[in-house]
Write a protein that binds this ligand. Structure first.
Ligand SMILES: Nc1ncnc2c1ncn2[C@@H]1O[C@H](COP(=O)(O)OP(=O)(O)OP(=O)(O)O)[C@@H](O)[C@H]1O
Ligand SMILES: [Mg+2]
Length: 257
């Protein structure tokens, strides 16, 4: 089994000038390469903090973490990790196409043919080709999130960290983007970490669902859903088995805060 992420007694938090805030304490976790991991947990329990540690946007304060068998830094430098943030951060003065290209365009005077082609392929894949010359304020919330995902995919990351990417969308759009995301994951084999506050979304998307608890932040429940899902992590939202798992998650979340 190839391992995407391995955390051993991981402590995470924020060092201030006077005190250190510990957020996650003693986290042990092994995630297989290619997994789709959904993460639930009460607000403030450390979900975003965990994604930041994996993506090397934050250093751990204790314990160990490796990503694809290496320090997270190596993975970030090779652009093997993509991040879709909790509030999508598109640059308002750039077009959709230029927002997608941004990570590879920074610091370059000209774009290579390869980057241009890859940008256009991603726009096509995310159904954004017709919107390529628009600016972010001319897009719907769902379209903006698709731009943010396309941008995160530009470097063909082996890991994709998604922090409540669809939180602000209506349910129909969200369901559609969930299916698009699953298709993308099946095609690419990218390891995905997906944070959400929606139990239904976590259970629908995840092959594995983690429930984190707060005070201190820790792993409360780690559920492998592969045994109850069909080939390719497929399920019906209304399947009684799926509904029962959602009830189990809800009970865990009630304990978690
Ligand atoms: N830069 C920071 N400095 C100090 N404390 C921080 C910082 N960022 C986050 N925290 C604290 O760390 C804890 C965990 O934050 P985190 O953003 O990981 O929570 P979360 O689980 O993602 O919550 P939410 O569901 O609201 O997004 C919170 O108590 C938060 O106040
Ligand atoms: Mg968060």
């Amino acid at each position: 089994m190839a391992v995407a992420v391995e955390a051993r007694s991981l402590d995470a938090g924020y060092r201030g000038r006077h005190e250190t805030v510990k957020v996650l304490v003693g986290l042990d976790l092994v995630v297989e390469a290619g997994a789709f991991v959904a993460i639930l947990g009460p607000s403030g329990c450390g979900k975003s903090t965990f994604l930041r540690i994996v993506a090397d946007l934050l250093d751990p304060i204790g314990g160990e973490i490796s990503v694809l068998g290496e320090p997270p830094r190596n993975i970030r430098i090779r652009r093997d990790v993509g991040f879709v943030f909790q509030d999508s951060t598109l640059l308002p003065w750039r077009t959709v196409r230029d927002n997608v290209r941004l990570p590879l365009a920074v610091g370059r005077s000209s774009l290579t043919r390869e980057i241009k082609d890859r940008t256009d392929a991603l726009l096509e894949m995310m159904g954004l080709s017709a919107l390529a010359m628009r600016h972010p304020h001319q897009l719907s919330g769902g379209q903006r999130q698709r731009v943010a995902i396309a941008r995160a995919l530009l470097g063909e990351p082996k890991l994709l960290m998604m922090d409540e990417p669809f939180g602000a969308l209506d349910e129909i759009t969200r369901d559609r983007l969930n299916d698009e995301l699953l298709n993308l994951w099946r095609r690419t084999g990218t390891t995905i970490f997906f944070v959400t506050h929606s139990i239904a979304e976590a259970v629908y998307l995840g092959e594995r669902v983690l429930v984190l608890a707060s005070n201190p932040g820790r792993l409360l429940l780690d559920r492998d859903l592969r045994p109850i899902k069909a080939e390719g992590n497929r399920c019906q939202r209304e399947d009684p088995v799926i509904v029962a798992v959602m009830a189990e998650m809800r009970a865990a979340l009630e304990q978690a805060s």
